[in-house]
Design a protein around this ligand. Structure first.
Ligand code: URA
Length: 237
């Protein structure tokens, strides 16, 4: 159940304030009954009209996309490049939750649920994101450990919750590292490695909270289940 003015605004009919005005003027009906009380709530099954026009209620949609490299995390691009929303077939206007760089692949949530988006990106909720990092060098494990206490990049302290060297190939100068962070600062992972003298060769987000990419190939997506959406909400304040 949501307040009537919120449902009307979410449908894109008008702003929430305008919807309140229309309700107070007696121009809104719910299941044929005129409503003037601003506290009134309605649900998806209710027939709502404004000025005689039926409101198409917005259904919340939650997508888990395996973002390929070479795609912009945005809804539009002024240079006409392909964006993550181009990969998804939907009638809803979905927005990415946070962002992955153009050359980063991996797990990205898209939704029209602004409340969940805000909760997932707010640092106070400490939603953990796990990345796999490839470096074309044999890294010094001592330097990697520094990330746990924090490294300085552009006057900002950037910290990892966990970091683990998965493979250190000294012969071929290659390292694979798993890193978990809960903040989502601009280019955070790449900047953390730069701060200790390494350039990230490739970056992939493997996990967000309890969600991972199981069953998906690059460019594919699936809808979150109701259970998963509820579980995400339960992780946040
Ligand atoms: N950190 C980065 O540097 N880039 C991303 O795309 C995500 C995290």
């Amino acid at each position: 159940m949501e307040r009537l003015q919120k449902i009307i605004a979410n449908s894109g009919f008008c702003s929430r304030r305008k919807a309140e005005e229309l309700i107070q003027k007696g121009l809104v009906t719910v299941n044929g009954k005129t409503i003037t009380d601003l506290g009134t709530k309605a649900s998806l099954g209710d027939a709502i009209t404004v000025n005689g026009k039926t409101i198409k209620q917005e259904i919340k949609e939650y997508i888990l996309l395996y973002k390929p490299r070479g795609i912009i995390t945005s809804t539009t691009d002024e240079k006409g490049r392909k964006t993550v929303t181009d990969l998804i077939e939907t009638e809803n206007r979905l927005y990415p939750v946070g962002r992955l760089d153009y050359d980063t692949s991996g797990l990205l949530i898209l939704t029209n649920d602004g409340e969940l988006t805000n909760k997932l990106i707010h640092p106070k909720n400490e939603i953990q994101k796990q990345y796999i990092v490839k470096i074309d060098e044999a890294v010094n494990p001592k330097l990697i450990k520094k990330m746990l206490t924090g490294v300085i990049s552009e006057n900002e302290k950037l910290k990892a919750d966990r970091v683990k060297i998965k493979k250190l190939d000294k012969k071929n100068n290659k390292t694979i590292i798993e890193i978990v962070i809960h903040e989502g600062k601009y280019h955070q992972v790449k900047r953390m490695f730069e701060a200790i003298g390494y350039q990230v060769a490739s970056l992939k987000r493997e996990k967000l909270a309890f969600l991972d990419l199981t069953g998906l190939k690059s460019g594919e997506y699936r809808h979150l289940t109701l259970k998963e959406v509820k579980k995400l909400y339960s992780l946040t304040k």
